[in-house]
Design a protein around this ligand. Sequence first.
Ligand code: ATP
Ligand code: MG
Length: 427
Amino acid sequence: MTTNHAPDDKPQATTQEPVIITRSDHPISRKKIAQNAVKILYRLKNRGFTAYLAGGAVRDMLLGDTPADFDIVTDATPKQIKRLFRNSRIIGRRFRLVHIFFHDRSNSIPQIYEIATFRRPFTQEQDDAERIKDEPELANNLFGTPKEDASRRDFTVNALFYNIADFSVIDHVYGLNDLKNRIIRIIGDPNTRFAEDPVRILRALEFACRLKFTIEEETVKGLKAQAEALSDVPPSRLREELKGLYTKKATSGLLELGNHYQINQHWLPLEIAASCLDSIPIIKQIENFFPTTDNSKELEKMVVAALIMPNIIEKFPLHDNLRLGLVREFVEESLKPINQRFNLPRFQRHAIKDIFTLLYRLSRGDKRVNKLVSRDHFFSALFLYATINHQAPSKPDHFSFWQRQCDSLNRNPQAQGLDYSRLFLED
Ligand code: ATP
Ligand code: MG
């Protein structure tokens, strides 16, 4: 990839003309873009609107990776977009987006594409939020130019546009330079941007570990300085952001980097932040073993169980012959601070209590295969049992018993086609 702007470590975001990379100088081809996204882009363009691919899709394709989703931005307003696509719905109150639905015959779950109108920066948007509640027509004032839209995004590498009109890549923020140098750099003043939305702190760590990029120095200073603000992020927002992480195998990396920068105590409950290094090997195993597409609820249950596990088994050693009611009570207690931070729904808390009950049964040598396997969440408990014991210096005799059961257990529909015997094998 060649870039035609001066190499510069201190980008002056948004003050100059954008850098434009023509088709022959970048690797993004329409074949790599989902067909439905191409259809949307062309329909907008053919009706006279500007239509860009934005965000992670452009970043990932420039890196030669397959994007997780395709976000589209345009100068068409939500109402104009809605008129162009019958299969669409306007969503959001403060900033209105359009979701376009595509139904694939082979799959009952519709594919959703998110189309946004170019937006101006966030601070003014926040100031306006209250007024817009009373005067919805003011929402139009939130729309901005492509340049403003780029500058309100989080990191330079996330603010690149792909223009369907001429297949060029448009860079308003020197993102291409950072992409080439594998750098995560916040757009604008780090303190202001992290204070505006502290979730960006976690996103910086997430992208650094997912992409194996380095976080630029001023960005690191800013995220450390603003890390306390993470404790003010509403629990439901934090939970949504974390669910995204589980499916991208980035939780263990986030915990490691958070530990490195000493910020985990600002987004995790203190007791979990203190013990989370012990949970990382189990979370890595979760990331290795479970398929990570579209099952964020399953992964959430497992990751949260792994996060509270060090404290649970420290208090109640696994092979102790204690009353399981006590374990359930302690699990419930341990989930309270997590619940306060991430709003964990009741069904997840219930599932996690069941997993621990089964884990203790297995660890005490309960071998009533049919009875145990018929319980909800047995396979989650078996996963934890195998993972913990696999790492232990000496294995209990029931370990080889469950290892021998794996051939038949793997055929159980609840195993969802996963090979549990792998968890029992020596490396
Ligand atoms: P991926 O989808 O692969 O996780 P992404 O970069 O597309 O990565 P999304 O969460 O899908 O991330 O967000 C899409 C784009 O929206 C981002 O690339 C970024 O430009 C912008 N964005 C998302 N969250 C924020 C935020 N908190 N602050 C500013 N911009 C954001
Ligand atoms: Mg995305």
